[in-house]
Design a protein around this ligand. Sequence first.
Ligand code: DP6
Length: 320
Amino acid sequence: MRAAARAQPNIALIKYWGKRDTDRNLPAVGSISITLADLHTDMQVAEDETLDVDAFELNGQQNAAMLPRVSRCLDSVAGRTRPRLRVTSLCNFPVAAGLASSASAFAALVIATNAALGCGHSDAALANLAGGASGSAARSLLGGYVELANRDAMVAVNTLLAAEEWPLQVVVAITTPGPKPVSSGDAMEISRKTSPFYNRWIEQQPVDLNEARDAIANRNFIKLASVAEHNCLKMHSVMWGSRPPIVYWNSATLACMQTIRELQSQGVAVFFTIDAGPQVKAVCMPDATAKVQQALAATPGVTDIMLSGLGPGATLVPLE
Ligand code: DP6
C-alpha cells in the first residue's frame, strides 16, 4: 500500500493554451513537448489509517494550498472510497514559476497512486488521469518528443522521437524564482472568454502541429526553431490581448529573448520558448550549450541557470 514514482517536467514546443471542457480539464488544442532529464519530482504515496484527511507534503513542508487538487487527483485514480493517503513530494527545481512543476508532480502522482493501491489502470487511462489534474502532465508520462492529441472526450499521448534519437539540450534562464501571479488554468479561461485572438489561435494550431511533427521527424532544427518561436509568441499574444491582460514576462525575459536573437544571428543553433512564467527556456543543439549558457548567464536580470538534456517518461522507483 505504498509506492513511489519519479517524473520529469516537459516543455511545450507547440503549446497547450485553452480548455474545451473545464470540468474534465480537456485541452482545446493538441500540443508537442520535450521531456527533460535533469529536473524531476519524486512522489511517494502511502496508505495511512491514522489520517482523517489526506496529507500532502512538498519539499519537507505540509502544503495545504495544493492539498485539494492532490486529493481530487487521488479520487480520480482510486475512487472516493479509497483509504486516506499520505503524499510526499520532493522537487529539485522551483515550483509554480513556469517550469512545469505541476506536469511532473501529477504525472508522478497518478503512477505512484495506481501502483500503491493496485488500481490497474492502463497507460492510456493514466495519461487521461494525469491530464485531468493538469493538462500538460499527460505529456510527462512519456519521454523524448511527445505529442498530445485530442480524441473525442479523451486525450492520447504518443512518442514522436525518443530522447536519444535527437538529444537537444535545454538551458533555462531563471529571471525570478517566485510563484506566478495567476495560474495557467485561470489565465486560459480569461483568454478563452476575452481574447479576440483566441479563436484564431485554436484554428491555426493544426498547422503548427504538422510543421513541428515534420521538423522533429527530419531532425530539422531550423524548421523546429521557427515554428516553436512562432507558436510561443502567438500564445503570449492571446494572453496579452485578454482582459485583464495576462503578462508573465519581465524585462529580463525580453533581455533573454534579445540574447537568443543575437546568438542566432551569429549562427548558433538555439531558439527560445516561454510558458506561463517569466523564465526563458533556450533549446539548443548540444555543441551550442556552453555558448548559450554563458550568454544567458551574462544577461541582466538572470538570477540562475539550469541545464537539462532530454529524458525518459514517468516511472515507478524503489521506495526510500
Ligand atoms: C503555458 O498544464 O499547467 O505551459 O491543465 O490548467 O493545469 P492546467 O494547465 P497547465 O498549462 C500549461 C500551459 C503552458 C503550455 C504547455 O505546457 O503546453
